[in-house]
Design a protein around this ligand. Sequence first.
Ligand code: ADP
Ligand code: MG
Length: 477
Amino acid sequence: MEKSFTKIWESCLSVIKDNVSSQSFKTWFEPIKPIKLSNSVLTLQVPSQFFYEWLEEHYITLLKKTIKKELGNEGRLEYSIIMENSYNNTSKPYTVKIPTNNKKELKNPSVSMPIDLNNSSIRNPFIIPGLKKVNVESQLNSNYSFENFIEGDCNRLARSAGYAVSGKPGGTAFNPLLIYGGVGLGKTHLSHAIGIQIKNNFPNKTVLYVSSEKFTQQYIDSVRNNNQNDFIHFYQMIDVLIIDDVQYFAGKEKTQDVFFHIFNHLHQSGKQIILTADKAPVEMQGFEQRLLSRFKWGLAADLQNPGLETRIAILEKKVYADGIDIPKDVIEYLAYSISTNVRELEGALISLLAQSSMNKKTISLELARQMIDKFVKNTAREVSIDYIQKVVCDYFELPLELLKSKTRKREVVQARQIAMYFAKSMTKSSLATIGLHCGGKDHATVLHACKTVNNLMDTDKRFKTYIEDLNKKITIQ
Ligand code: ADP
Ligand code: MG
């Protein structure tokens, strides 16, 4: 005589309970409802596709064993996935046939589940429970717009890819879009800009920015509070998910696991994923291979150190936006002196403003110099090649472009040699780097330049005074 399907499932559960942690049991087995049994096929209703995938991936062996124990070798399992319909809010089960004797690989029943956020009872990890209805706040900072993001050679690819994505989220080849680069180069800013632009273009899309630290913390909390499902479902509802600094996921297997599934779900449903990281996917350590390979699916675009013109433009934009009046030479001086990254550049500007307002001094080149001396002292500052070139060009009244060009005009050649000489003696740059900055010359040319300058100083008095003058100008008083 066949037992009723509820009885069968109860027996299965009692076996399962002994084989998994109580937390996993609560999360992954309690929500399952048995709905029918016919011809040795037991149908289980599960809350989502994700849920089904998770069971298949993590508990398939256990499920198979218990089903066979109860129903004999003929025993099979079918899942019925609840689809929530956003228009009439009725749930209709979608049945996927999955024989339990299949291999480990995941089947993709490609169920799409439009979920209405407002009707959903899923807990939003961004909101303290009980306080508010679910309403996804994008967590975007409106200052970090495209408008405020200066374009330069250093960011052209990433910026234009981001812009393309914002016009067609999920609909370009750039999914995921991974923006990577060193600290302070604008990864967070650009990722916000994309989110903001998408919100402008498609106000109904749910956009969410989250740092990987916050994501991890929320996941850990959800495990502790036993509402992992809510956490996962919440993230599966997002149309555009932006996760900042994913390198932070390194070595965190559980978080990577859950993110992997969320990623797959979103990607399969044509949702846009935007990630930032401090290095290229090939250089990332501590990541599961399957996740790394996903990172490479779309486009990985890097942010480089901004060149001088971009640094000046960034400062000018900032100064203009804040309505401050700063002499052009001060802006240039800051841009010349700080070439590490944009954050430090902005930091220098802020310090300068603070200095001037606290001490009631007008903003001048003099003040900027004093400030830079203090500001950059502990980062072992060295004069930049850029700055040396600028001073040399000003001194000889030559356009900077000429010095950086390949021209062999006599007066340019000499100025270039002098710039090389100072770059060699005042910076730690290699001969090759110096050559590259000065008209794309090779290291031998730079070496020759240094010798020539030394020789001339010994033989030509006028030349010697040039060098001494310049030395004073370059070394900040
Ligand atoms: P990251 O996330 O790469 O460490 P951020 O996005 O936080 O860097 O950028 C650091 C600061 O520099 C921010 O204040 C940002 O607005 C500014 N910034 C970076 N790149 C640009 C740019 N291209 N134009 C304007 N501001 C920029
Ligand atoms: Mg950042």
